[in-house]
Design a protein around this ligand. Sequence first.
Ligand code: TZP
Ligand code: MG
Length: 211
Amino acid sequence: MNCNILNVYFIMGTINCRKDPLETLEEALQAGITCFQLREKGEGSLTGKAYEEFARACQKMCQAYQVPFIVNDDVELAFKLNADGFHIGQEDLALPIFREKAKGKIVGVSVHNSREMEQAILNGADYVGIGPLYKTQSKKDAKPPAGLYFLKAIRKQSANFPIVGIGGITEENANAVRSSGADGVSVISVICHSEDIGQTVKNLLSKKKIN
Ligand code: TZP
Ligand code: MG
């Protein structure tokens, strides 16, 4: 997998947005996000037909900007829509079951310790999400912040594996996340709540090409 797609990895669901979610996504795409994950989760989120229609609209927009469209958790929907990939947590379906079926798709896994990291690699993940690095308001059941020390340790354990940091990442701390070993930053609220998404994404983007 090309690590450049992890540069600024935007995650969003309708309940994260303060204005129209598709407008938020379009602004983020225009500003240069490098990956998008639909994470339609939590109280008040879309379900059924409305969810699928929203997912299709997000996918179409991502395709127009040639940005990978990733589905969180819902592997079934990811296959149905022929999404570019999916992201799963430790509680979700076991990766070995569908890794074969997901050939060519981008598969991300959230990991919280070195054993999970090892397992994710063995099971064929393409990248891992490490976090929450800082305190986050966007995930109700988030584990306590792991901090940059943990990210550095995981980077040491897997020198070249694609890693994206997550949780409480801002325009101010994004560079510290990168210099601690992440190939990129994944964010929800800093983009969803931004008054100027264009500027926020510019501030989040790595100043140097990753490879
Ligand atoms: N997983 C770990 S923290 C988190 C997820 C989905 C939420 C990140 O959101 P924010 O607003 O960028 O802290
Ligand atoms: Mg999950």
